[in-house]
Each structure stands twice: as C-alpha cells, then as structure tokens.
Ligand binder design. Structure first.
Ligand SMILES: Nc1ncnc2c1ncn2[C@@H]1O[C@H](COP(=O)(O)OP(=O)(O)O)[C@@H](O)[C@H]1O
Ligand SMILES: [Mg+2]
Length: 436
C-alpha cells in the first residue's frame, strides 16, 4: 500500500525540500570515501533517501514512503510504528540497526515470515538502491544486503554510499545504567568510522570467554591459556587504541555546526575510563601488550576465583563532562544528559561527513523528550543548519511546529503514513533547484 501523495504545492527556494542531487564545491578537491579527516567543504555532496519501501517489516505489511523535505517528522501515539520506521532506515547501513534487534524480531507477526526494506538514495556515487532483508533460504536469522540489484562483495561497499547516525530513547538511560551500555555506544561510534573495530572487539571478547571457561573448569592448560591471553592482549590493545583515537577526534571537534555556535549543546569532554588506555597514553602499544599478557598470566588464580577477567578491554567505560558547568553526565539532569549526547552525536556526524565526503542521515527517535524549550529551539536550529537529511519522531505535532517552515510531517497510523497538516508540503517534481 502506498502512502497517499501530498498535495502538490510549489516549493519556494530555501524551504529545504529534497534536491535529487547536490554538487560539491570543495576548494577543487572532491573528497572520496577515504579523504583524510579535516577536509572541510562549503557544500557537501549530500546523501538523500528519496523512497523507502517496507515489506512485512514489523507492523508494516506494505509501505512506500517518499520523504520530500530534508527534515521529516514522524508523528503518532505510542505504538504507532515511528521507531519501527526509523529502525528500517537504520538497517540500510551496515550494523544491527538502531534497536540492535535479532533478525527473528523483524518479520511482521502474522505475515509470511520474511521481511524486506529497500531505499532509493542519491549518494556520492549517484543514484543507488540499497535493500536488506531475510536471507534467500528464508529461515536463517541472517540478513542480507542488495546493492543496485546485486549482492555487494562486503558491507564496506554499502558504507561508502550510505551512513546514518542515531539517537534513541534508550540512550536517555545511558548514564544511569552499567558501563556495558556506554562501551557499546562508544564502540558503535568507533565502528562507524573504523570497520575493523568490531572484529577487534569480537576477537578480544571471544578469547576472554574461552579463557573464563578454561579457568572455571580448573583445567591446567598453560599453553592454551597463554594463547588466549596473547589474543586478548593484541586485540584488546588494538580496540583500546581505536577507542582512544575516536575520543581524541571527538574532543577536538569544535561544538559548532557549519560555523554556527550551538551553545545549547555544551562542549563536552569524553574520557575513556580504562586501565589499558591509561598505559597506552604513556607507553608504546607493544609494551602495553606485554604488560597486559603478563598481568593476565599473573592473575589466573584471582580470575578463576571471581569467575570473570578483571582486567581487559571489556572493562572500559566512558565519561562525559560538560566543560562549561564541569558537571559529569552521571550527575547531570536527564535533559542535560540528553543535550550532551546530542552534542556528541552531531559532532560524530561531522566526523563521518569529513571521512566519507557526505553527511550521514540523522535518525532522531523522540529527540525532544526531556529537553527544555531553549534546548529544543537549539536542536531545531542545529538541524536547520545541518546539511544532513533528518528523520525524527515525536508523539505531539505541536512540539515540531517551530520547524514547520523546514520540515514535513507524517502521521503514523495502522501501518501507513499520512501527511500531517501544518507543515511543509513539497511536491516531488517541484524540488529541482531548491536550495537545501
Ligand atoms: N515483528 C512485528 N510484527 C508486528 N508488529 C510488531 C513487530 N514488532 C513490533 N511490532 C509492533 O509495532 C508497534 C509499534 O512499535 P514502535 O514503532 O516501537 O512504536 P512507536 O510509534 O511508539 O515508536 C508496537 O505495537 C509493536 O507491538
Ligand atoms: Mg518509539
């Protein structure tokens, strides 16, 4: 079932409707996917999602949605399918999507058992179709990608064309809950820029699980344990170095968005709380690996008694400090925490834009919740100034009315999206030549 088309209304310049393609003016250099960080462009080649098709995905039996403005707001009460739609978009880039769900949760309950999500994009490499869904065997939990009608060689091919960053309500609790959530948050930021990071973390954690099992079984296998501790040391130091590199780059990124000061998203310093990082700050990596190997070997008895590995990259935590008030996020209010996180996510989006040559999609699930009026206004201002396509959600249309001159809004209801009155209305044919 397609969404009904919006009433055709000519779009005035500056309204922010989607352009089919934008050009880059970049001091004579068009940055490729591997451009070094620090290349700043006045106008970026943009990434735009023009059409999204869902087939038996979560609560959507069949939906074709054509976002036409640069900023789209999904409106609807709880359970109306807003997060499901954002999740669908997030699955069009490598990774497990913004919910990190298992594949088995994605097919529509009561449907045929398979699912598919497809997006038509304007990308740095031209018009591109990206699709994902159930593997052809139809039974495995594995999902597969399609790129322009063929199977991509690897996920890096997808990453060179499309990227997305997101903010979810689950992140509202990031500083109330344990270190593992913060570590996963940080690792996802690292992984978005450094594809090898996920493998390093998985190799470290896999070796650690095996070592814990050997120690629990009280099997005296020194050679085997040494091999596992060697893997933990090598992969743990590599993963920590990648985390440190990202933290350094995020901390160096000014709290501005394309020249405008976003003071409502206070400059925040990220600190990695990690014994390995402390060592790496003062010693070469090979020395730190030797130290970690020796520590792990010396503490087999202690780790066997406690049933865990006390030292390793799996113990890292992340701290966020508001540089203005000197408040650590764990002690800040929920709204202050959210503002700090939004600041981090916008800075991360800029790092991706610098590295890949295009601004990633911004998927913001309930971004206005917990923000006071001033911070909401600042968020909307930041989104106005950003070159990125934004898809965000909220329960109340009135919250987003200050953006009505830049955003279109859609009401999610019973597996369909209908245009919400009071917001921008762009016809698909009128968007040529419009300045985003
Ligand atoms: N696999 C599925 N099949 C059918 N419905 C689903 C599936 N997964 C989730 N849902 C339903 O989708 C609805 C909307 O979820 P969600 O997008 O999270 O709502 P919200 O608008 O509050 O963000 C929920 O009622 C949930 O039960
Ligand atoms: Mg939701």
């Amino acid at each position: 079932m397609s969404t009904p088309s919006q009433p055709g209304q000519p779009a005035a310049a500056g309204t922010g409707c989607l352009k089919p393609f934008s050009f880059v003016i970049c001091a004579g250099v068009i940055p490729g996917p591997l451009s070094p960080p620090g290349v700043h462009c006045h106008v970026r080649i943009v990434l735009r999602l023009h059409r999204l098709t869902l087939t038996d995905f979560r609560n959507y039996a069949a939906l074709t949605w054509r976002p036409r403005a640069r900023i789209s707001v999904l409106i609807g009460p709880n359970g109306s399918g807003k997060t499901n739609l954002l999740e669908a978009v997030s699955l069009l880039v490598p990774g497990r999507g913004l919910r990190g769900s298992r594949g088995a949760d994605l097919p529509r309950r009561g449907g045929p058992g398979y699912w598919a999500v497809a997006g038509k994009f304007s990308t740095i490499l031209g018009e591109t179709d990206i699709g994902t869904g159930t593997a052809p065997d139809g039974i495995s939990d594995r999902r597969v990608f399609r790129l322009d009608g063929t199977t991509p060689r690897n996920q890096a091919e997808i990453a060179s064309r499309a990227a997305a960053v997101w903010l979810t309500p689950r992140m509202d609790r990031l500083f109330q809950e344990g270190a593992s959530g913060r570590r996963r948050f940080l690792d996802r930021l690292v992984w978005a820029l450094d594809a090898a990071h996920a493998r390093e973390v998985a190799a470290h954690d896999g070796a650690m699980v095996q070592r814990n099992r050997l120690l629990a079984e009280r099997r005296a296998e020194p050679a085997w344990l040494s091999g596992l501790e060697d893997a933990m040391a090598r992969h743990g130091v590599a993963a920590t170095a990648a985390r440190m590199a990202l933290v350094r780059r995020l901390n160096a990124e000014p709290p501005t968005l394309d020249g405008a000061v976003t003071s409502a998203f206070p400059a925040a310093r990220i600190d990695l709380v990690c014994a390995i990082a402390n060592r790496l700050a003062i010693s070469p990596a090979l020395e730190v690996e030797d130290w970690l190997r020796a520590e792990l070997a010396a503490n087999r008895g202690r780790d066997a008694a406690s049933g865990t590995t006390v030292l390793g990259a799996h113990r890292a935590d992340m701290m966020l400090t508001d540089l203005e008030s000197r408040t650590e996020a764990g002690l800040a209010s929920t709204g202050q925490q959210k503002a700090l996180l939004i600041g981090v996510i916008l800075r991360h989006a800029r790092l991706i834009a610098d590295a890949r040559g295009f601004a990633p999609l911004l998927l913001l699930d309930e971004p206005a919740v917990h923000l006071d009026e001033q911070r909401r206004a600042a968020l909307f201002q930041a989104l106005r100034e950003s070159p990125a396509q934004v898809i965000m959600s909220g329960t109340d249309a009135a919250t987003f009315l200050p953006l009505a001159d830049h955003a279109e809004a859609w009401r999610a209801h019973a597996g369909e999206l209908r245009p919400e009155p009071g917001f921008l209305a762009c016809s698909p044919l009128s968007s040529d030549g419009v300045t985003c």
